[in-house]
Design a protein around this ligand. Structure first.
Ligand code: COA
Length: 259
């Protein structure tokens, strides 16, 4: 599919999705959000895509937030609708059964920080900066930031970042557990691809169950332990399970199909 604000490249099964509005620091306008929705549908249904990376165009920004130029004149109804649409797009990323990793290559602010947090995990280049600066605009995070930042870094620090609007650098994000690795700008995509290749050598069915079980933890009212044992059982019905256990016993590398 051709996109106006996204670049996509399928590199050996890894779809590299680049938000491409560099002159606006890749800010998320309505068109971009709707294209992310479309590309996430493709990631799920396209068998040639095994995993995806989300990154930003240029070396200055991952995504500098929702597009503020569309904010003026927003009222209660249109504001909460905008946030709901953004949240739904990020739920699509979070709940994608294939691994989605953010390669944060610069500013990840507001909706950009929220989008990175919706990915299954994050890597950052040394120049990355994270923040939820919405209070500077008289707003609060609206794409799930108040919820996911607490999950990643705990209540105290999340409160501080959202109340001060301060940005933190890549090293502090690493210390806080927001990102898993910090690399040079040049190493960011190669390191992300290396990690995804390792993940892609495992059972795709089991990986999708890991994603689902982990996400269940954060859904109120769910018994994650029960869900886990059910999913463990579901794995036992798969060809991947037979292949994985046979390969171990036969001392060979498993060849998983995801079935
Ligand atoms: N929405 C719309 N446009 C944005 C944007 C956003 N969130 N963030 C940056 N841009 C635009 C700027 O308006 C500017 O456009 P212009 O050249 O047409 O004037 C361009 O991107 C470059 O940004 P600029 O501010 O000139 O770069 P900088 O290096 O001086 O500052 C930031 C970088 C990220 C610190 C600054 O752009 C910023 O604070 N952006 C807003 C971040 C934010 O509040 N995000 C949360 C939104 S809810």
């Amino acid at each position: 599919m051709a996109y106006q604000n996204l670049l996509t490249e399928n590199r050996e099964g890894i779809l590299i999705i680049t938000i491409n509005r560099p002159d606006k620091l890749n800010a998320l306008n309505g068109q971009t959000l709707s294209e992310i929705q479309d590309v996430m549908h493709d990631v799920v249904k396209d068998d040639s895509v095994k995993a995806a990376i989300i990154t930003g165009s240029g070396n200055k920004a991952f995504v500098a937030g929702a597009d503020i130029s569309g904010f003026q004149g927003m009222d209660k109804t249109s504001g909460s609708n905008l946030a709901k649409v953004g949240q739904n797009v990020l739920f699509q990323i979070e709940n994608c059964p294939k691994p989605i990793v953010a390669a944060v290559n610069g500013f990840a602010l507001g909706g950009g920080c929220e989008m990175a947090m919706a990915c299954h995990f994050r890597l950052a280049s040394e120049n990355a900066k994270f923040g939820q600066p919405e209070v500077n605009l008289g707003l609060i995070p609206g794409y799930g930031g108040t919820q996911r930042l607490i999950q990643l870094i705990g209540k105290g620090k999340a409160m501080e970042l959202m109340m001060t609007a301060d940005m933190i650098g890549a090293q502090e994000a690493l210390q806080l557990g927001m990102v898993n690795y910090v690399t040079t700008s040049d190493d960011l995509l190669p390191k992300t691809i290396e990690l995804l290749k390792k993940i892609m050598s495992k059972s795709p069915f089991a990986i999708s169950r890991v994603i689902d079980c982990v996400n269940k933890y954060f859904e109120p009212g769910n018994d994650g332990f029960r869900f886990e044992y059910d999913q463990f059982g579901a794995c036992c019905e798969t060809e991947d399970f037979k292949e994985g256990t046979s390969a171990f016993l036969e001392k060979r590398k498993a060849n998983f199909t995801g079935k």
